[in-house]
Design a binder for this molecule. Sequence first.
Ligand SMILES: Nc1ncnc2c1ncn2[C@@H]1O[C@H](COP(=O)(O)OP(=O)(O)OP(=O)(O)O)[C@@H](O)[C@H]1O
Length: 353
Amino acid sequence: MSIREAVLANLKKIVDPASGQDIVSSGLVRALNVEGDQVRFVIEIDPKKAEQMEPIRAAAEQAASMVEGVEKVSAMLTAHSEKAPPELKPKPKPSATAPAAVPGVARIIAIASGKGGVGKSTVSANLACALAAQGRRVGLLDADVYGPSQPRMLGVSGRPASPDGKIILPLRNHGVTMMSMGLMTNEGQAVVWRGPMLMGALQQMMNQVQWGELDVLIVDLPPGTGDVQLTLTQKFALDGAIVVSTPQDVALLDARKGIDMFRQTKTPILGMIENMSTHICSNCGHEEHVFGHGGVASEAEKLGVPLLGEIPLHLDIRVAADEGAPIVVSKPESAQAEAFRSIAKDLITQGIA
Ligand SMILES: Nc1ncnc2c1ncn2[C@@H]1O[C@H](COP(=O)(O)OP(=O)(O)OP(=O)(O)O)[C@@H](O)[C@H]1O
C-alpha cells in the first residue's frame, strides 16, 4: 500500500459530523499531497463551522501521522470555494446510474398531472393519435397501474403475447403502438403494487416491450409524484415532461408539485396543457368556464414554462374516449380535435415529438 493509500485509509476512520460519512467519502478531504515523508491536505468546510471542525482537523492530522514512513503532516481547514472542487469521491459506474435510452426509441415524453382525473390519459391518447396522423411513429405506454385507461381509450383489449416469455408484443390501434400495465393484470382485479414491484414492472415495460423504431414514446404517468415518476425520471433518458392541469386552483397546486419534482430530477418541462378549459354547450353553443379559465396560462407564466394549449371541456371528448377512438380519430374535423392537433403540430415543429 502506498503512503497516499495508507493516509486515505486512516482518514476514512474519521467521521464528518455533518454528513455522518467519513471525511474522505463526504468529500471534505481535498488536495492530498505526498512528497517523500511529508503529507499535506486540506479539509474543506463551511466557514461558519470552523470552530466545530477544528477537532476533526486535529484528528485527521494525527491519523495521517500514524502512517509508517510519514514524518510531517500538515492539515488545513479551508472554506468552501464557489467553483466545484475536484472530485475525490469514487465516481459510480456510469452504466449503473446514468439514465438509459430505450433501443429504437428516439424520444421519450412523459405526460403527468399532479392530481387524478384532470384528463392526462385523454390528452396522452389524443396527442399520440394526432402525432401518428401527422406521420410520426408513436408509442404510448400507459404507466398508470392503478387506473390504466389507455386500452379502453384506444379500443384495444386482450393480453399482449410474449412468444419467448421475455419480449412482450405490444398492441396497435389508430397508428399507435400501445402497451399498458393494465393489460398485464386481469381486468377488474385490484392490484396492490409496492414500490420495487412498480419500478420493476415499469423497467420491464420500457425494455422488454418490442416497441420497434419510434420517433416518440409517450408515457402516460399515474397522477402525483410517486415511485413510477421517480423511476422513469431516474432510469430513463426522458426528453421532457408535459404537465396537464385543469384551471382550478387545487389542480394547479398539485401541478406545481409535479413541476417541482421534474425540476429536481432535472427533467426538462416541455410545457403545461390546460384541460377542461372552456365548456361549449353542445345544444346552444354557449361558452362557460366550469373550472375557471386561464388559470393554467398564468401559472405557466409564473413558473416560466410554456403553455402548449387549451383543451375545451366537451361531451364528445369523453364519449370518444369511452368508445375507444379518441376525438382526433373519431371526429377529426371538430374544433376539439383541432385543439389537440395543433399541440401535436407544434411539438413536431419544435422537434420535440
Ligand atoms: N376535455 C374534456 N372534455 C370532456 N371530458 C373529458 C375531457 N378530458 C377528460 N375528460 C373525461 O374526464 C375523465 C377523466 O379523464 P382521464 O381519465 O383522461 O383523466 P386522468 O387525469 O388520466 O385520470 P386518472 O388520473 O384517473 O388516470 C374521463 O371520463 C374523460 O373522458
